[in-house]
Design a protein around this ligand. Structure first.
Ligand code: PMP
Length: 447
């Protein structure tokens, strides 16, 4: 790979040198550090684009990891947020708008019979797991390999594929993916590979009577948008019911994005508890834990604790009201899906013209691009595949004015503004064509 970026990042580089004196890795969230000379500092975003402090503009397919469902600085949502600001912030008391937003969510997502708010996806999933434990009186839980549920201790276990012999019959070891996680907690977490029906049967047979919850992201928004089959999620539903385990469908990324009723709506599977965040308020910090009435009533004095100073902040709540109204009442989600399909077709035309085998995973609003004939159907298949072409292509795309995650784990996120702004598609495809050719040239030179 070329050492120096083709775009001018003089100001970002200087900002990094200053910021790293005060902020670990020079950033506020570790994943934003892309190297000393490639870490970008943003000046602003509007619609489907982001500008950095050097004045480079990017068609943005990260969208802050998904929240900007309509586009950055959406005038309609921002006007609502301003009205929310005038309400006064937080009071450690309730406001009427909470019910308005909860009613809208319940209308869009039938499983959301009752609703509580949180501030982030992590917080919502933490609350969901606590609720499941309080409701069942059990402690252990089941995670699906390749899933991501936020940065809290219980969710930070993964299959150690680096040291796993995939020809053996044994499962990979479960390891935490951060230091600082008490190892004593490991015995509470079980892991299964996605889309393996037999393994799901086995794990329930063995641990089903002691598990409080199964957490699943049916579209793995943090693993190339690998999808669970409907059959797999239906089996999860059936086994959870049979063993009294709470099925938690984590829709922090897929919710209010892949459809009005989320992936659970598309698959026709009803969870006991569900979580939402990102697309809920076009980027304003608010999240939701919702579910079956009988379960949700465990949020009470003497039951599962839930709350927080900033919960249902008037600004975020007003933004959520307007964002959900738009998603529910206008064709915004159709615009997003149509653009996603057009982008995939355009990328395929470029790759096919060069004989590059590829496939897609996920949903057009959050799709993974994969350089193999068939996409992976679980984390083990993704992890043991060759994604070096993607990583090199992504590197060039940044220099050419398109932002995607530097590795193939994160899907391409689409917003409404991509579909309504005239040149997003053509600008992107032009950049993809050049990036693909540069990547091919590099591969040839390395032969
Ligand atoms: N669950 C899922 C499925 C997520 O994708 C994420 C964030 N990427 C989280 C939970 C955690 O959300 P947050 O970053 O808002 O804490």
């Amino acid at each position: 790979m070329p050492d120096t970026p083709r775009r001018d990042l003089t100001k970002s580089n200087a900002q990094f040198q200053r910021a790293v004196q005060r902020l670990p890795l020079g950033v506020a969230s570790t994943f934003r550090y892309w190297g000393d000379d490639r870490t970008i500092y943003v000046s602003h975003g509007k619609g489907g684009r982001t500008w950095d402090i050097d004045g480079n503009s990017y068609v943005d397919y990260r969208l802050g990891y998904g929240p900007a469902i309509l586009g950055y600085a959406d005038d309609r949502v921002d006007a609502a947020a301003l009205r929310g600001m005038q309400v006064g912030g937080v009071f450690a008391l309730s406001t009427e708008r909470e019910l308005i937003v909860a009613d809208r969510i319940a209308k869009m997502v039938p499983a959301a019979e009752l609703v509580r708010f949180s501030n982030s996806g992590t917080e919502a999933v933490m609350a969901a797991l606590r609720l499941a434990r309080a409701h069942t009186g059990r402690d252990s839980y089941l995670l699906v390999e390749g899933g991501y549920h936020g940065l809290f201790d219980a969710a930070m276990w993964m299959a150690n594929l680096a040291d796993w012999d995939h020809t053996s019959n044994s499962d990979p070891e479960i390891v935490s993916y951060s230091k600082g996680i008490p190892q004593d907690l490991k015995s509470l977490a079980h892991l299964v590979p996605m889309n393996n029906l037999q393994r799901l049967h086995d794990v329930f047979k063995r641990y089903g009577n002691t598990m409080a919850a199964m957490l699943i992201e049916p579209i793995q928004g943090n693993c190339c948008s690998i999808m669970a089959t409907v059959e797999y999620v239906q089996l999860a539903r059936q086994l959870c019911t049979q063993y009294g385990v709470m099925l938690i469908i984590d829709e922090v990324k897929s919710g209010f994005r892949v459809g009005r009723g989320g992936i659970q709506g598309l698959m026709g599977v009803t969870p006991d508890i569900t979580t939402f965040a990102k697309a809920l308020a076009n980027g304003y910090p608010i999240a939701v834990v919702a579910g079956r009435e009988e379960v949700m009533r465990s949020f009470r004095y003497g039951g599962a604790a839930h709350g927080g100073t900033y919960t249902a902040h008037s600004v975020s709540l007003a933004a959520a009201e307007e964002c959900l109204r738009i998603l529910d009442e206008t064709p915004a989600l159709d615009t997003i899906a149509t653009y996603g399909e057009a982008l995939k077709t355009g990328i395929s035309d470029i790759l096919n013209a060069r004989g590059i085998v590829h496939s897609y995973t996920g949903h057009p609003s959050m799709f993974g691009l994969f350089f193999a004939e068939t996409p992976p159907d679980n984390y083990r298949a993704w992890k043991t595949s060759d994604y070096s072409f993607y990583d090199r292509m992504a590197y060039h795309l940044h220099d050419l004015g398109v932002i995607v995650e530097p590795d193939s784990r994160e899907p391409w996120f689409i917003c409404e503004a991509h579909g309504t702004e005239a040149s997003c598609l053509t600008d992107t495809l032009q950049a993809v064509e050049t990036a693909v050719d540069l990547t091919l040239e590099q591969a040839k030179a390395a032969e």
